[in-house]
Design a protein around this ligand. Structure first.
Ligand SMILES: [Zn+2]
Ligand SMILES: [Zn+2]
Length: 233
């Protein structure tokens, strides 16, 4: 397994054990990949022709346009937008010499553009390798298997991805053990979160005013993080 993936995976798992408020280790990896890729795209690689070919074709999603806009490299962004707009205008304005109905070409191009983002694509490429790396390490490295069981939780998005990947890749017996460990970590947190949300609601009843908050004070934000992944910056 390539070290470029095993090192960051181990680091994220260590970090979540040292500080459980870091939450799901794959959300940590996602955020790191996102911030690295945004830096790269608005930095050195911005003018590279082969990257420009890709950004012209794929564009970006709304979230990543927003994040690039916040990064303050407006000239870099403008240069990228200039060639993206030019190519897009050409593509959707093209009149095909065919019997295709008017507008089909534009619709096809815009439908596919709506589902592509250069940054999302780069993140997904690395993150899927990291998920595979975690399965590999779980099988081959006992220390890592221990780390896996000591995570604060896996968010539902990454729980589902790990579970599907393991089902597809692992031998039956190993998958059963893996799923036990994965669900033990996730469901324990899931249940404590449900308790915290109930307690949070109770605190709005004057009869429970003087009861301590316990762990419930930030339970609303933690529930959203658990449900949706911790995908914003
Ligand atoms: Zn996650
Ligand atoms: Zn995106």
């Amino acid at each position: 397994m390539e070290q470029i993936y095993t090192i960051p995976v181990n680091e994220a798992f260590d970090k979540s054990i040292a500080d459980p408020s870091c939450g799901c280790p794959f959300c940590t990896l996602y955020k790191k990949l996102q911030s690295d890729n945004l830096d790269i795209i608005l930095g050195a690689s911005m003018m590279e022709p082969d990257i420009r070919i890709k950004t012209n074709k794929l564009g970006f999603c709304g979230k990543h346009y927003g994040m690039m806009f916040e990064k303050k490299n407006r000239l870099g962004l403008a240069l990228m937008l200039e060639s993206h707009l030019d190519e897009l205008r050409d593509d959707i304005g093209k009149k095909l010499i065919s019997i295709a109905p008017v507008g089909d070409n534009a619709r096809k191009r815009l439908d596919s553009l709506a589902h592509t983002c250069y940054v999302c694509g780069r993140i997904e490429f690395s993150l899927s390798k990291m998920l595979e790396t975690a399965l590999y390490l779980y099988e081959k490295d006992m220390e890592f298997a221990k780390k896996f069981k000591s995570q604060p939780y896996f968010c539902l998005n990454h729980f589902n991805r790990l579970s599907s990947l393991a089902k597809a890749k692992m031998p039956k017996k190993l998958y059963a053990d893996f799923y036990d460990d994965l669900s033990a970590v996730t469901f324990e947190y899931f249940d404590s979160l449900r308790g915290d949300i109930k307690h949070f609601i109770k605190k709005f009843d004057y009869r429970y005013e003087d009861e301590p908050w316990g762990n419930s004070k930030d339970s609303v934000e933690r529930a959203i993080r658990f449900l949706e992944g911790d995908l914003e910056e």
